[in-house]
Ligand binder design. Structure first.
Ligand code: PFF
Length: 449
């Protein structure tokens, strides 16, 4: 069968060592850090939530990140076939297939937000954003409720598909190597700017001075879900990237670099956004539009604000694209293997499909589908909820159980021995599954606190 033959050949494309680390950081650092993290932190407990997120990142995120990359490199296949290659058991491959579907669904709405960032880049550089009043909340809502988001979403799919079509080293790696370091520099500039705004201190203390009475059971659910989202886990992404990694690469070191990188970007993003939000009298719990409402207000008051603003949104768009690439690569790698399509053909077909599936999300943030709220959430929020809090944790659980109980040689492939191996296994065997199951049951409504 084709699966048996894949076991012998496996993936052939490879990253270089730095290319891999940068691509993986590019995957983890994205809209999650810059757009989602600030608004969920605003909604679910501020500084106390941030601490909870860090704990989830360390005790659940990092062990699973290492497990995913290890499975990918050991199995040398896509997010379904790798499980099969390592055990010869079909049902593991079926679980993997679910994570590929998750990736596809995430991409469908992630591309909507990525599109918003492109629109804001253009509007900022041209100065259009700063004309006619300074009510950036209304401006965002009127943009999001029209049809332009669909146009920009199509542009995102086109660019993402185009880069993926160029391959692992010629497309994915090249793109990340140029953009990830540049992004950090601009962020630091913006951090200095926002920390020196009048009233910035209030934002800093909201973000960094914990008040644990603000936490509730839902905060824990969201923090764990976001640890998955932020590290790109539970949907075969790090697994697929892992399948392109050289055997000499230390996966333990890569895990620390990626985890640290992700946290640093989230931290700086918080220091850019919260001082700005408070300084301009906005609410940190504003929801999905937070970054798009708060930052233009700040840029409009700075000398050369249109330029800094344009740069900021451009870099946000780039962060989004380096993540989008990693998400779309999951189903593309699957299609190439499963149906023996060329990389180009897979990239084109999946981009188009993903665009079509994403259109309802794009029209639901105030647009023609904006009044459709089954169960209190619009389509966009449902896609996010189902993927981040149900499907990704489930995918993470599969990876955890597979590595801890089914595949006996994970330690060898991961290069862990002694204390670190024991610690990894303890987290994978007990801590991670217990926490994930709790969160999962809570989010599907089977337990209440
Ligand atoms: N980690 C990305 C972010 O924080 O924006 C989003 C993401 C990328 C989620 C890749 C899932 C994924 F597989």
């Amino acid at each position: 069968s084709s699966q048996a033959s894949s076991k012998k050949t496996g993936t052939v494309e490879r990253f270089t060592s730095t290319g891999f680390i940068l691509a993986a950081i590019g995957s983890s650092v994205g809209l999650g850090n810059m757009w989602k993290f600030p608004y969920i932190t605003g909604k679910h407990g501020g500084a106390a939530f941030f601490l909870l997120f860090i704990v989830c990142l360390i005790i659940v995120g990092l062990p699973i990140l290492l497990a995913e990359m290890t499975i990918g490199r050991g199995g040398r296949g896509n997010a379904s076939v790798s499980f099969f290659n390592l055990t010869g058991k079909k049902y593991w491959g079926a679980f993997g297939l679910l994570s590929i579907l998750t990736a596809f669904l995430i991409m469908s709405y992630y591309s909507v937000v990525a599109g918003w960032t492109l629109h804001y880049t253009v509007e900022s550089f041209t100065g259009l954003l700063f004309q006619e009043g300074s009510d950036y909340k209304t401006k965002f809502l009127s943009f999001a409720s029209g049809y332009w988001p669909i146009f920009w979403q199509a542009v995102v799919m086109l660019v993402t598909g185009g880069i993926i079509a160029k391959g692992v080293s010629g497309g994915i790696e090249k793109f990340n190597k140029i953009l990830i370091p540049g992004f950090l520099i601009i962020l630091l500039v913006l951090m200095v700017r926002s920390l020196t705004l009048p009233g910035a201190a209030e934002g800093v203390s909201f973000f960094l001075k914990p008040d644990f009475s603000k936490l509730d059971a839902e905060s824990a659910l969201v923090a764990l879900g976001h640890a998955f989202f932020s590290l790109s886990l539970g949907m075969g992404c790090m697994l697929t990237y892992g399948s392109y990694v050289d055997k000499r690469q230390s996966l333990g070191a890569a895990t620390l670099a990626i985890g640290f990188g992700d946290l640093v970007y989230a931290f700086i993003a918080g220091l850019v956004i919260f001082p700005t939000v408070f300084s301009y009298g906005l609410q940190p719990s504003e929801g999905v539009g937070l970054a798009f409402m708060a930052l233009p207000a700040a840029f409009s008051q700075m000398p050369f604000g249109f330029f800094f603003g344009g740069l900021f949104f451009l870099l946000l768009a780039i962060a989004a694209l380096t993540s989008a690439i990693s998400i779309l690569e999951v189903p593309v790698a699957y299609a190439m293997h499963k149906w023996q399509w060329s990389r180009k053909k897979s990239a084109v077909i999946l981009s188009v499909l993903c665009f079509l599936v994403g259109v309802p999300s794009g029209l639901s943030v105030g647009g023609v589908l904006g009044d459709f709220h089954p169960g209190g959430k619009n389509i966009f929020d449902w896609m996010d909820f189902v993927t981040s809090y149900v499907l990704m944790p489930f995918g993470g659980l599969v990876v955890t159980l597979f590595t801890a109980y089914a595949w006996k040689k994970a330690g060898e492939e991961a290069g862990l021995k002694g204390f670190w191996y024991k610690a990894w296994m303890f987290l994978l065997r007990i801590v991670a599954p217990v926490l994930i199951v709790f969160v999962f049951l809570y989010s599907v409504g089977l337990i209440k606190f």
